[in-house]
Design a protein around this ligand. Structure first.
Ligand SMILES: O=C(O)c1ccccc1NCC(=O)[C@H](O)[C@H](O)COP(=O)(O)O
Length: 260
C-alpha cells in the first residue's frame, strides 16, 4: 500500500464522518460560501506577479515535523506582504497536521487566491472548500479516475472556484486533462520514494496544452530552480518546506521573492 493509498483510505472515512456532523445545507449557509472567488489563473499567470504559491505546511509524510510553532495567520499575512501570487493551505489533519480552521485563519488576513490543499475524494469537500473561503481547489490525478476529475472540476466551476490538476507523469496528464481544468501542476515528488527532482516538470512541460497555466510543485529550494522552470513555460511555483522549515516562513518568502 502506497502512502497515497493510505491517505485516500483515511480520507474517505474522515469525510463520511464529517458529513454526519455538518450537512451540505449547513455548509451552504456559512457566510463565506457566498464570497466571490479570486482568479488563481489571473494572479499566478500574470507576468507582473511573482508566481510563487507559498504553502502553510506543519508536517508531511516525507519529512515529519517541519514547523510546530508558526501561526497560520502570521504566515498568511506575511506571505501576502512578501508578494506571493497565491497561498496553499493544507487542510488534511491526519498526515499534514492541518485543519479547515487554518484556511479560515489565512482567509481572514489575506486577499491572495487561496487553494484548499487536500486529497479530494468527494464532492462534499469541494462544497466545504467554498464554505471556508477557498478560491481554488487541488485535484490529484493519482487519487481519482478521469471521470471523477472531470466531475469534481465541474462541481468546483459551478461554485465559481478554479481547479489545479496535479499530475506525476504523462499517463496521468493525458488521461485527466480536460477543459474543466484551469491550472496544471506537475508534482516533482515521487510519492513512492519521496525523492524530488524538478526534472519531472521539465520532462512534462511540452505535453501541457498552452491554455492551462503551468505550475511546478514540490522540491523547489532556490532561485536557480525558478529560472530554469520558467524556460519551460512554468508560471506558478508551489513552495512549502523551503519556507516552512525556517523560524520565520514569511521572511524567507520575502527574501526569496526579492531575488526573482
Ligand atoms: O510532502 C509530502 O511528503 C507529501 C507526501 C504525500 C503526498 C503529498 C505530499 N506533499 C504535498 C505537496 O504537494 C507538497 O506539500 C507541495 O507540493 C510543496 O512541496 P515542498 O515545497 O517540497 O514542501
Amino acid at each position: 500500500m502506497t502512502i497515497l493509498d493510505k491517505i485516500v483510505a483515511h480520507k474517505k472515512i474522515e469525510v463520511a464522518a464529517r458529513k454526519e456532523i455538518v450537512s451540505i445545507s449547513a455548509l451552504q449557509a456559512r457566510p463565506l460560501f457566498d464570497k466571490e472567488p479570486v482568479s488563481a489563473k489571473a494572479w499566478i499567470g500574470s507576468p507582473n506577479k511573482s508566481g510563487i504559491i507559498a504553502e502553510f505546511k506543519r508536517q508531511s509524510p516525507s519529512k515529519g515535523l517541519i514547523n510546530g510553532t508558526s501561526r497560520v495567520s502570521d504566515v498568511a499575512e506575511g506571505y501576502f506582504k512578501a508578494g506571493v501570487s497565491a497561498m496553499s493551505v493544507l487542510t488534511d489533519q491526519e498526515f499534514f497536521g492541518g485543519t479547515v480552521d487554518d484556511l479560515l485563519a489565512a482567509r481572514s488576513v489575506s486577499p491572495v487566491p487561496i487553494i484548499r490543499k487536500d486529497f479530494i475524494v468527494d464532492e462534499y469537500q469541494i462544497i466545504e472548500a467554498k464554505s471556508i473561503g477557498a478560491d481554488f481547489i487541488l485535484l490529484i490525478a493519482s487519487c481519482l479516475t478521469p471521470a471523477e476529475s472531470k466531475q469534481y472540476a465541474e462541481v468546483a466551476r459551478n461554485l465559481g472556484m478554479q481547479i489545479l490538476l496535479e499530475v506525476h507523469n504523462q499517463e496521468e496528464l493525458e488521461a485527466h486533462v480536460c477543459d474543466q481544468m484551469d491550472l496544471i501542476g506537475v508534482n516533482n515528488r515521487n510519492l513512492k520514494t519521496f525523492d524530488v527532482s524538478i526534472e519531472n516538470s521539465k520532462k512534462l512541460a511540452d505535453l501541457i496544452p498552452n491554455e492551462f497555466v503551468k505550475v511546478s510543485e514540490s522540491g523547489i529550494s532556490n532561485i536557480e530552480n525558478i529560472k530554469e522552470l520558467k524556460k519551460y513555460g512554468y508560471k506558478g511555483f508551489l513552495i512549502g518546506e523551503n519556507f516552512m522549515k525556517t523560524d520565520n516562513p514569511s521572511k524567507a518568502a520575502k527574501e526569496f521573492i526579492s531575488q526573482l
